[in-house]
Design a binder for this molecule. Sequence first.
Ligand code: NAD
Length: 494
Amino acid sequence: MIKNLEQFFLDNPPEKRAFIGGEYVEAADGAVMKKGNSYSGFDLSGIADCSEADVDLAVQAAKEAYESGAWSRLDVAKKKEIVLRFAELMEENREEIAALDTIETCRSFQNYYYDSIPKAIEAVRYFAEAVDKVYDKSICGRAGMHGIVKRVPLGVVGVITPWNDPMVVTMWKVIPSLLMGNSVVIKPAEQSSLSTIRVAALMKEAGIPDGVVNVVPGRGEVAGKALALHMDVRGIFFTGSSEIGKKLLEYAGQSNMKKVGLECGGKGPYIVSSKCGDIALAAKTLADNMFYNQGQICSAPSRVIAETSVKDAFIEELEKQCAVYVPDDPYSLESRVGCVVSREQYDKVQAYIAYARECGYTVYQPSDRGTMPEGACYILPTVISGLKPEDKLAKEEIFGPVVVILEAESVNEAVNMANASEYGLAGAVWTDDLNEAYDVAERVEVGLMHINSYGEDDNAAPFGGVKQSGLGKDKSSYAFDEYSDLKTIWMKFR
Ligand code: NAD
């Protein structure tokens, strides 16, 4: 196991160039991004800063590869074999991939190595195993006629990813795209490009033909925008903020009406009913799902709505759980939680906490502040109570380890509060009353609802939101529908 991450990358500098047509290349104008990480400032400058010209080259390579049929028309059994080989290569390189994500995002190495990267590999395997169990359809009811309704690839697909779980989100989108026969151009987040750059070579090694997978690191408003506006890109699939998701819809309209898939933000409602039979477990489950990546989780249960009679007991239990998630050295395999991704994200989250204090709300943070060095960008688990549902803290996605507690006089009021949000990604209800549980689960407007649980994870379940949390779904065999189109072929018999 790597002992000293910084020394490891000084001795083995990571690849920082774009990956186009099966080769690593500098940006056409030689531009690179400058940055240091959020734990120690470790210098990570030098990642290619791709412009429109690079995106154009990548799309051309992807288009040529697609049209050659070398991948797009390859038997599904062969595609499956190659993708499974890629999963094996990810497994063999798991430590390095986890280390790359850690050094760049400063989420804990433990979390990447034991949780995030294995999840990404499981997703790759799930899609490879699922693809030949998905059937196309036929229309057989007409005499002398037969209609085949089949999935067809979109062509060149663009994938734009966020930094909070780089490999998981990339695999959720890229692998079903590939298995449907598309060629892909990936624009990773500026804050987390290295792992995506690295795995592109593993895809090549596994047998994916040159040009089928391309990576163009760079800024969102330059490389991401160019990809989304490109006339030869037929689908753009994105995970990130709702604000940028809306821009992608505009870009699709301004260019070629490309298919758009969006996984955006959330403000997960977590309803605790007076009929909840285990308040301590409800609080622990919230902490486990809210604080593990410094709260940088789109589906985080960041908005507790507790009935008056259980609110104080819930807060008391939650405060005890905060101590478990005090951040520590992100490079150590012993640390559960590391830093937030950047100084910019740190300032944004701290501004919300400062605002809560100015408003006179109750702000709880554990007294043990951990052993982080001066200058490291970390935030203690924070519980804010005493605010109204209309407050911006209860409405906006903070994307940090900050949970707000709202009070409702009844479960009915809690459901109305939960739905008074433009977000609709994930939610929960805690109650021992089965009728109440199912009623609430049906009425809360989210893509993923939990009863007496949270964050249940299974590749067979679709993941994605409603309202401004997004369009379309990742994971499960439904993902194949996102990355393909339907075509009907009629046959008439003499
Ligand atoms: P972001 O929207 O700022 O950036 C996401 C990606 O979009 C990055 O690769 C960025 O470079 C790119 N981008 C930025 N501007 C662009 C533009 N004008 N055109 C094209 N691309 C552009 O989000 P972020 O800060 O990277 O991630 C945090 C957000 O992502 C949060 O809101 C979070 O909830 C959301 N998120 C959602 C999910 C989900 O599955 N629903 C998962 C993770 C993160």
